[in-house]
Design a protein around this ligand. Structure first.
Ligand SMILES: Cc1cc2nc3c(=O)[nH]c(=O)nc-3n(C[C@H](O)[C@H](O)[C@H](O)COP(=O)(O)OP(=O)(O)OC[C@H]3O[C@@H](n4cnc5c(N)ncnc54)[C@H](O)[C@@H]3O)c2cc1C
Length: 402
């Protein structure tokens, strides 16, 4: 392949304590948490709205804050963003038992989850971050970092205004794809199974506005029963990190949406798609290889460095503590991850990638980044103290389990 060499002189346009790369649920939670703890925060988003997969990706089901046994296990910003997503009303799955004082028995039968409107969520999240003084840059893909020894000193974006650098103390990688980890030489792991095609879209027809979830959720190889296959829209899987492959994947999803619309036209002749994903609907791509990788076998395991608790959206019962050491790696001292690119084993990745867990990891990363620029040596007790003061339950024994 032919290459060219370029000489670049990049202006340092901003100086901030905390730089959040990516404005999905994890990035929103991270930016809010860091700003609330007094940090000067900048959030860099390659698109032009907040929410990531949860808004631009049309994934609008905020999965459970409860364990499926009638107990709430996730608190803090994860609950705040849940409520924010439906501040002007829920689209579907309204959790009456949880929001209107239902009994424990009622809560056992209805999980604490909801379907929200993607555009309203994006706007409300934007207003929240602006009210906290977060500088939001849209059209700002992170394309490089500058390092001194084992720390990132500048994060570099390239948008309409050209190439610009942001001088930083600490960085939160909430890109979903561990882009900053990759750019800064941190160890990363690729998703080996590959993503199945998804083609979620909102349709309007027959007087009804409805989310159509085309494309089944996959089962991790390790959990598959012998002979069990995932029904697929197309017979191939996608890594999600190659421009040409992603473009093809999105084109296939558009075809699948049109096919789905046509298939429903006999019953709903006026059905049309009104919104589809404007970012690729990939579940797992690349993650940090952290100090530790959380696993599904860590159900009820105590971690001294826990920074929050969460449940398993696929199963009723399990509760996990989130170790801070699953958020940072071994090489870049002032870099921490949040969201679907934190460190977990392959089966656990399918549990940690969902919206409420992304919010838990975002809040923890945000607080940590506001307190330290060397996560390995950060005071875990101080981070836990701040999180507790925000209503986060740190250990499972702090939950009011019935
Ligand atoms: C088909 C599908 C169905 C799903 N169903 C559910 C469900 O029902 N419920 C549920 O809770 N979860 C579900 N999920 C998972 C969940 O939606 C996501 O994993 C979660 O929203 C991820 O949040 P995040 O903030 O970590 O990442 P993302 O939402 O991916 O956000 C990352 C953000 O970073 C930006 N970005 C990326 N690279 C860069 C860069 N280099 N520079 C600057 N910005 C960048 C992106 O534009 C994006 O806004 C589903 C996912 C898929 C794909």
């Amino acid at each position: 392949m032919k290459v060219i060499s370029e000489r670049l002189a990049t202006p340092i346009k901003y100086e901030r304590d905390v730089c959040v790369a990516g404005g999905g649920v994890a990035g929103i939670a991270a930016a809010a948490a860091a700003a609330r703890n007094g940090a000067r925060v900048i959030l860099l988003e390659r698109g032009f709205m907040l929410g990531g997969l949860a808004s631009a990706g049309i994934v609008t089901i905020y999965l459970a804050l409860c364990d499926g046994m009638g107990n709430q296990v996730t608190f803090g910003l994860a609950e705040e963003l849940f409520r924010l997503s439906i501040e002007l009303g829920a689209e579907d799955r309204y959790p009456r038992a949880w929001l209107e004082g239902g009994s424990h028995e009622e809560r056992k039968h209805a999980r604490f989850e909801v379907q929200f409107n993607p555009q309203l969520f994006a706007i409300s999240a934007e207003q929240l971050l602006l009210s906290l003084g977060v500088k939001i840059l849209y059209g700002a893909p992170v394309v490089a970092v500058n390092k001194s020894a084992d720390k990132i000193t500048e994060v570099i974006i390239e948008g309409k205004g050209g190439r610009e650098a942001i001088s930083v103390k600490s960085v939160i990688d909430a890109t979903g794809d561990a882009d900053v980890c990759k750019l800064s030489g941190e160890d990363t792991v690729l998703f080996k199974q590959g993503n199945v095609l998804a083609a979620w879209y909102y349709g309007y027809g027959g007087g009804e506005y409805k989310l159509n979830m085309c494309g089944f959720c996959d089962v991790p190889e390790e959990e598959r029963a012998p002979g069990q296959e995932t029904p697929m829209l197309v017979n191939r899987r996608f890594g999600g990190l190659d421009t040409a492959e992603l473009s093809e994947m999105v084109q296939l999803s558009h075809t699948a949406i049109k096919r789905n619309v046509l298939a429903h036209r006999d019953k709903t002749p006026d059905l049309v798609p009104v919104t589809f994903g404007t970012i690729p609907q990939v579940r797992m791509t690349r993650r940090i290889e952290g100090r530790m990788a959380i696993d599904t076998s860590d159900d009820r395991r105590h971690f001294d460095d826990s920074v929050g608790t969460f449940s398993n959206w696929k199963r009723r019962g399990p509760i996990y503590e989130l170790p801070l050491s699953a958020l940072y790696g071994k090489r870049v001292k002032n870099l921490i991850t949040a969201g679907r690119c934190i460190s977990s084993t392959e089966p656990m990745w399918d549990v940690t990638r969902v919206i409420p867990v992304c919010a838990v990891t975002g809040e923890a990363a945000g607080v940590a980044a506001s307190l330290s620029d060397n996560f390995e040596n950060a005071s875990v007790e101080k981070i836990q103290e701040v999180l507790r003061s925000r209503g986060v339950r740190i250990h499972i024994d702090e939950l009011d389990l019935i």
